[in-house]
Design a protein around this ligand. Structure first.
Ligand code: K7E
Ligand code: CUA
Length: 634
């Protein structure tokens, strides 16, 4: 086993080293011009698609344009981000709670009828068991749900159902439940539990709450996907530790040739809860699938699989076996027949295992290290190959007899990637009508393809044109660590606002006129209501005392696009940013005397530098020189 892994590692390293230090020109002159034009977006022109990248352990989401691959903005989600004031004002601070980081893996655009509806983007936090909702009206995080009870390692998410009814999540880790209970890891198989969760989404507001959960054996649930069309109401997850090992997983979880994937009837789970068949743990209705048959089935998948992706028709489900040089293609109609006819090959922990031969359409020899598969909606699949470091294009079923007999025949094209592709995304692959055309490979190693920036290297992404018979490598770009998955949305399929309309500002502490501004005191509670406008704050002085609780509400009264103001307060660790029409609030316990300048952090006008003021903090009992903290300053 050890040697096998060393072999894999060696292969990976070998592929990574190819580009090292070499100024390789992999493209001919003619192609260089054509490729440059294909991704060129001239000054003043705009991209055709949004690319929403997960930012991995940066806790953020990156927005780039396609085809230019230019980074356009960063949406902070699970980590403070001073550039937009996220994590400094009361509202975002409260959303972040006790955590200042998260690990964003899989963004999911909201869907209606299995098509993107341009309303929300949901992302999971692998680290602290949370799900966040970004509103595409303002490209900002509006809700963070979690930590989700009874769920540890929220990696196998966020998978959205066809009408955004649920975000479905699977646990990467298992622990003794409920959380807080301690058992010995030596008793892993008996004492530890995994969980699949249905997070209910309000259809009008997008507000999420925990709906129900399905208790599972302590397999390590991995990537999943939701059904549509014929597989409507179902969901699928791979797992990589059917062995239920609790140590040296590299060896101990790779013993079996096939791991068990989950086939979940989430509609049945929903109904079981409505029928009162769930028990409550930590406030959540939990279904034990052994006691409620018909909710959960297993299907064997080779070997140590990672991705499991439903195609646009909803009939085919493709899983990539990291340690098997093939993808496994399941036929949902066969799955349904096997469920109905009870074509089982035994059970695992009381859960029926669907007979492999009865549900599989074929194994496609795509190469080494297949991870994730995406679809163009025209009958072709694209699989990322971690070890071979390429994207492999192959033909989806239905296959003719010759293809069925020799699935080598359905493998059509390969394009090398640099290096070791993890996820890939085809525009709209998880909808019933993919946009096709573009594929982005998210590579795990950039290995010196860029100018040397020292040992901490960015991740590389490559844009591939898939509109023709052969794939064409067009461009590459770099991001901070680390994109796992992404979603591509046609720009015309979202309608973001350019300013917050004044009429929609419902903040009770918003102030729009100079006469409404000022500083008031009630005991040791000091409240400042401030207007920000080019190029001053009103008031530009706030008086207070040591020991005060200071609350500052700042309203940016501008209604002009891109007229953003900041409020940076020196030596108080405050950086808020207020967009046009927005009100932001921050709190500060004043602990030290002094005069603390505040200033606008966003360059807003020729007199931006003059946009400043003072927070004057005296020792308690010291008479203010002018006005006084209790006097409204106008
Ligand atoms: Cu979706 Cu990177 Cu979390 Cu695959 S994971 S590569
Ligand atoms: Cu306002 Cu700079």
């Amino acid at each position: 086993m050890r040697t096998f892994f060393n072999y894999l590692i060696a292969l990976t390293m070998a592929s990574a080293l190819v580009g090292c230090g070499k100024q390789s020109r992999s493209t001919s002159e003619g192609d260089r011009t054509a490729n440059a034009l294909a991704s060129y977006v001239a000054p003043g022109e705009k991209d055709e698609y949004y690319l929403f990248y997960s930012g991995g352990h940066s806790g953020q989401v990156f927005v780039a344009g396609i085809p230019s691959m230019r980074h356009i903005s960063t949406i902070p989600v699970f980590a403070p981000y001073p550039a937009t004031g996220y994590g400094f004002d009361d509202e975002s601070k409260k959303m972040l709670g006790e955590f200042t980081w998260g690990d964003v893996h899989h963004p999911a655009l909201s869907q209606t009828d299995s098509k993107y509806d341009g309303r929300w983007l949901f992302v999971n936090d692998n680290a602290n068991n949370r799900i966040a909702r970004i509103d595409l009206r303002d490209f900002k995080t509006h809700q963070i749900l979690g930590p989700i009870p009874n769920s540890i390692g929220n990696h196998g998410s966020s998978f959205i159902t066809e009408n955004s009814e649920y975000i479905l999540c699977g646990t990467r880790f298992s622990v003794p439940l409920p959380k807080g209970r301690v058992a010995d890891p030596n008793d892993y198989a008996k004492e530890f539990k995994g969980m699949l969760s249905g997070i209910k989404v309000d259809q009008q507001t997008g507000e999420m709450k925990v709906g129900w959960q399905i208790l599972t054996p302590p397999f390590d649930w991995d990537l999943g996907s939701t059904g549509k069309g014929p597989s409507s109401g179902w969901a699928f997850w791979t797992s990589y530790n059917t062995e239920m090992a609790h140590d040296t997983l590299e060896v101990n979880s790779t013993q079996k040739d096939r791991d068990l994937a989950a086939v979940v009837n989430w509609r049945a789970a929903e109904k079981a809860v409505a029928d009162g068949k769930a028990k409550t743990m930590d406030g959540v209705p939990i279904i034990d699938p052994v006691e409620v048959p018909g909710v959960l089935y297993f299907v064997p998948i080779g070997k140590s699989p990672h991705g499991m992706d439903v195609d646009p028709s909803g009939k085919w489900i493709v899983a990539g076996g990291k340690l098997q040089p093939a993808t496994t293609v399941l036929n949902f109609e066969k799955i349904q027949a096997a469920v109905n006819n009870k074509t089982f090959e035994g059970d695992a922990n009381g859960i029926p295992i669907l007979k492999y031969e009865s549900v599989v359409e074929g194994e496609v020899p795509v190469g080494l290290g297949p991870l994730h598969t995406q679809y163009d909606g025209k009958g072709f699949a694209y699989t990322s190959m971690f070890i071979d470091s390429n994207i492999t294009k192959w033909k989806m079923p239905p296959w003719n007899d010759a293809e069925k007999k020799d699935t080598n025949k359905v493998v059509l094209d390969k394009v090398p990637c640099h290096f070791s592709t993890g996820h890939l995304v085809v525009a709209g692959s998880d909808t019933k009508n993919p946009y096709g055309k573009w594929l982005v490979a998210m590579n795990k190693l950039s290995a010196g393809r860029h100018v040397n920036v020292g040992p901490s290297q960015p991740e590389s992404s490559q844009l591939i044109d898939i509109s023709g018979e052969k794939m064409k490598m067009i461009a590459e770009a770099y991001t901070e660590p680390e994109p796992h998955f992404a979603q591509i949305l046609k720009v015309t399929d979202a309608q973001p606002a350019e300013v917050y309309p004044k009429a929609e500002n419902k903040d009770p502490d918003a102030v729009w006129e100079k006469t409404e501004t000022g500083v008031t005191r009630n005991g040791n509670q000091v409240v400042a209501k401030v207007i920000a406008i080019r190029s001053r704050y009103n008031p530009d002085r706030i008086d207070a005392q040591v020991g005060d609780d200071l609350t500052v509400h700042v309203t940016n009264v501008e209604q002009t696009r891109d007229m953003i103001h900041g409020f940076g307060l020196i030596e108080q660790n405050v950086s808020i940013v207020i967009d046009p029409g927005e009100t932001k609030t921050f709190h500060l316990k004043l602990t030290k005397p002094g005069v603390f300048p505040f200033y606008c952090t966003n360059f807003c006008s020729a007199l931006h530098q003059e946009m400043q003021g003072y927070l004057v903090v005296r020792n308690a009992g010291e008479a203010p020189a002018t006005g006084g903290a209790s006097t409204a300053q106008k």
